[in-house]
Design a protein around this ligand. Sequence first.
Ligand code: ASP
Length: 358
Amino acid sequence: GEDRPNLTPSCAPKCEVIFGRLLRGYFRVGPRDLRPGAYSEMAPNSVCHTFSEGPQMKPYISLLVFLFSTLMPGAAPTCTQYEDFTLVMHGGAGSWNISVEKEEAYRLKIQETLETGKNVLQKGGTSLDAVIAAIRVMEDSAIFNAGKGAVRNSQNVVELDASVMDGNTLRAGAVAAVKTIKNPVHVALLVMEHSSHVLLTSQGAERFAETNGATIVDPSYFKPAPGYLVHEFGTVGVVARDRCHNLAAGTSTGGLQGKLPGRVGDSPLIGSGTYANNQTCAVSATGQGEYFIRGVAAHSISALMEYGGKSLSEAADFIIKKKISSLGGAGGVIALDIAGNIAMPFNTNGMARGYVRH
Ligand code: ASP
């Protein structure tokens, strides 16, 4: 029943938002590569600072919550076994050559995304719930290439892809080339939970979404905020480790601008753009999807850990900086291992990304 120890008011190094444009050149990642002033700490009272406030839940209350949630049918699943949790997000790899004002808008949305995911995890929500909730914030934001703000294909039509994976059960769900689903990542979850399939495409996925109560919108809903059309990448993804220490990953995108109608990228493909396995790690990718498909990027990171004994950062660095790079592909990943380590390598000029760790 002790109060939590106070974290430093600025909450660094526990919590930070790192904005993509701040890294220059290829193959560079990590705080030591940040140029002076590039490191962005959260303001006091933002995401991380809130951790240091408030008394910890008394043990008997935790027990009551646990009993309630396990005994009550239909009650929300709770994960309060451990105190610690982690959530990592990306908002796409690319050049991120944008104005200071736009940078600020992205930073705020990244903070909101982290805050949303943090709230789910702190309350004992599952990593899967946190991934969905956090991605929905970005899908609805109209400033990322996912959901509302998605890019258009060569016929000027929005076609969305998304997937999720549960690292505990290796269950997964995905949708591809959908035109009327407001939150594709939510329907990816529905596919996982309410069908015997992993991937549904186009009208089949849309019909499934409707039948299962997902929000359907007119294609005219998809409209980036004025001045915010993301030309290069801008996909969103989240990986999380909850207070049961289960991993989950999710990715959502409008794909590549000007793509052929029907083109499917890596984002809805389990093992390419998304992967999660409690034995190893959770991964979400962004970049030129064709290369991530050919390099089977996300699962390769897991496989290097599982079969090759590599650490998370060795595995993630190898796949982005060696494998994807040597194929000629551009992009990056966020990755989180079962011990809570984070890796965020990319070979583009930048990758919008952030994490919250408690
Ligand atoms: N990977 C996505 C795709 O190829 C694009 C992106 O990351 O922005 O569809």
